[in-house]
Design a protein around this ligand. Structure first.
Ligand code: PMP
Length: 417
């Protein structure tokens, strides 16, 4: 049975259904009404803030000034879903990039991690089963480990989630176990695997989500780091409104800005905003004003041109890294050459478990990698793991050559033992 009418109450946890907007935050938009005399919100007096202006110097020599009205508004408290000019800019970006078939809203967060965890927080009820890619993003595994839910491994291959396995898992779901309401996935440049789901896969997985009434949490910070044509997103095929999508400026403008945005149905995003109201009131509006000033000066074409330059850089790094991989690791390791992102997932042949080898002997040889087991939700059940994650984003070609040579010599010594 395919479900196309969404009952969002079905997905929300009991505690999030009980959330109420903050009495004070509700008043903020009213303070802007013409003629309003506000004794309401307890905002500090902005005249005392020492900032007169913020100018941004770009590496290309250009200088930008944050508009004084936007700056004044950003120096004080603002809306939980982000400053209006940036929120609108991002909404239009989503329309241009993904043309979502259903109505949607955008909410800005302190990086995308902030929003993914808030989404999970409003959706998870105690005892829920959450479908999670295995291996998957360690930052969210760490969050979910402390949520009152069970993580259900979803199998991946060289194109990410395997639809046939997912379908089988859901079709054979035991009747006495609560059925999952959602699947979390990183569809592009997977962290740690570096692989991406093809369009065909995404379509199939979307169909499975319809058949089993799942929400898709599309965590896509590497979307703009695709080396070739962009694969359409889940959001772009979302005829039901069952996708919550997460984007990030971290890989394209700056990770320290902490600007990410969630896109999806208002019924879910608004509840996430209520979490923001109690957790951190709002993401930094000064960081958003800087972001807005920059992207607005570029326009959508300039923004996309910038992302293409970033993607071309990582493509070059990836090709070089794989070249040195072939030079040193042929016969010692296998991997799938990524088509996006910044990671390579090496399968180390001839060793039983990468954990001690990488954390002790590789460190002695002065080469750092992340042991693969860190990316599994159930490390004990997964058992010994032969994988390691390598990131090529910040390494010169010379260091790639040297580092992979060190790894190769370590593997040779270890196999010889
Ligand atoms: N999701 C994934 C898959 C990531 O790899 C990262 C960054 N490591 C994040 C989310 C968090 O990104 P942000 O800086 O936007 O919070």
């Amino acid at each position: 049975m395919t479900v196309s009418t969404m009952d969002y109450q079905h997905y929300l946890s009991e505690s999030s259904k009980a959330r109420k907007p903050s009495a004070i935050r509700r008043l903020i938009p009213l303070t802007k009404l013409p003629g309003m005399i506000s004794f309401g919100a307890g905002a500090p007096n902005g005249d005392l803030f020492p900032f007169e202006g913020i100018s941004i110097s770009l590496k290309n020599g250009q200088s930008l000034q944050i508009d004084s009205q936007i700056l004044n508004d950003s120096l004080t408290y603002g809306p939980s879903d982000g400053i209006p000019p940036l929120n609108s800019w991002l909404k239009e970006l989503q329309r241009l990039q993904h043309s979502p078939p259903k109505d949607f809203v955008v909410s800005i967060g302190t990086g995308s991690q902030d929003l993914v965890t808030k989404a999970l927080q409003v959706l998870i009820s105690p005892g829920d089963n959450v479908l999670f890619e295995s291996p998957g993003y360690v930052g969210i595994i760490a969050f979910l480990r402390h949520q009152p839910c069970n993580l259900v491994d979803v199998e991946l291959d060289s194109h990410g989630v395997v639809p046939a396995k997912l379908r089988e898992q859901l079709q054979n779901w035991p009747t006495d176990k609560r059925k999952p309401k959602m699947i979390y996935t990183v569809p592009v440049g997977g962290n740690p695997t570096g692989v991406s789901q093809t369009l065909e896969r995404k379509k199939e997985i979307y169909e499975i989500a319809r058949e089993h009434n799942l929400l898709i949490l599309e965590d896509d910070p590497y979307y703009y780091l695709q080396f070739g044509d962009k694969i359409p997103s889940y959001l772009s095929m979302d005829v039901d409104g069952r996708v919550l999508r997460f984007d990030s400026m971290s890989k394209i403008l700056s990770s320290g800005l902490r600007v990410g945005w969630a896109t999806g149905p208002a019924e879910l995003i608004n509840v996430m905003n209520l979490v923001t109201q109690t957790a951190n009131l709002q993401p930094s509006s000064v960081a958003q004003a800087i972001t807005y000033t920059l992207v607005e000066s570029w326009g959508y074409t300039g923004f996309l041109e910038h992302t293409l330059k970033v993607a071309a850089f990582y493509k070059g790094r990836c090709e070089a890294f794989c070249h040195y991989g072939r030079k040193h690791l042929t016969g010692l390791a296998d991997w799938v050459e990524p088509d996006s992102g910044m990671f390579v997932w090496f399968y180390l042949k001839g060793i039983e478990d990468s954990f001690d080898l990488i954390l002790t002997k590789a460190v002695e040889k002065k080469v750092l990698l992340v042991p693969g087991i860190e990316f599994y939700c159930h490390p004990k059940e997964t058992g010994p793991c032969q994988f390691v994650r390598a990131s090529f984003s910040n390494v010169s070609e010379q260091d790639m050559d040297l580092g992979l040579e060190r790894l190769a010599s370590l593997l040779r010594e270890h196999i010889a033992e």
